[in-house]
Design a binder for this molecule. Structure first.
Ligand code: URA
Length: 219
């Protein structure tokens, strides 16, 4: 007996299409246009608009969240709601700012998924796989010194791991040679204030890496 395919044929086509579109984008503006024109993801149907990125693309740190929420869907920018306010405070605590005047103090913010899932449900594995080629091209084009993976969903998709965020957080990983630090999602920290101590430790590790400390990588 044959094992059932992990994804259906339609999804395979959509992943291939996403990969081809992403690969063909020579710069961030072209990639954003490709995302906005990508018709295969049904999340589009429930969203007002695509939410692509915010901040300085030339920043040393690129934050990857999960998906836009209600506020982001309305404004068209990632992390502008309550979780975004906390994210900005976390970044400010280590001297980083989306609106920084110099690249080295900047931060660039995006999500794994560009359209708000109806009811803020977690994006499915199929949705994540379909949109991952865009994120991967996004990282290649922005070429940050470090990736901050906010929460288990982007960490799982990008690092292709089933390790949960509780064990993953604070451990340096690599995606295509780019150092990645998985951290608790700020929305999770809003609900679990006692986890902020660990989040703070992770932020300090990121700061130390930016300041020249060579991270120790897991695997
Ligand atoms: N949560 C996310 O993961 N991303 C956003 O843009 C907003 C909230």
């Amino acid at each position: 007996p044959r094992a059932a395919p992990a994804v259906g044929e339609a999804e395979v086509d959509a992943v291939a299409e996403a990969r081809a579109l992403a690969a063909a984008a020579p710069d961030l503006a072209a990639l954003e246009a490709a995302v906005r024109g990508f018709e295969r993801c049904r999340l589009r149907d429930g969203a007002r608009q695509a939410v692509f990125a915010d901040g300085r693309a030339d920043a040393p740190v690129m934050v990857v969240g999960e998906a836009p929420g209600r506020d982001e869907d309305r404004e068209g920018r990632p992390f502008v709601g309550r979780a975004g306010v906390l994210l900005d405070k976390m970044m400010a605590a280590i001297g980083l700012d989306r609106r920084a005047r110099t690249a080295e103090d900047g931060v660039y913010v995006t999500n794994l998924v560009y359209w708000r899932p109806v009811g803020n449900r977690t994006p499915s594995d199929d949705e994540a796989s379909m949109l991952l080629p865009f994120l991967e091209r996004h990282i290649e084009l922005a070429a940050p010194r470090a990736l901050l993976l906010a929460g288990g969903v982007p960490a799982k998709a990008l690092l292709r791991t089933s390790v949960g965020i509780t064990r993953l957080r604070g451990t340096w990983r690599r995606w295509n040679g780019v150092p990645c630090l998985p951290v608790f999602h700020p929305a999770y920290l809003l609900r679990n204030g006692e986890k902020k101590r660990e989040a703070w430790r992770d932020l300090l590790a990121l700061r130390a890496m930016l300041d020249g400390d060579a991270p120790t990588f897991e695997e």
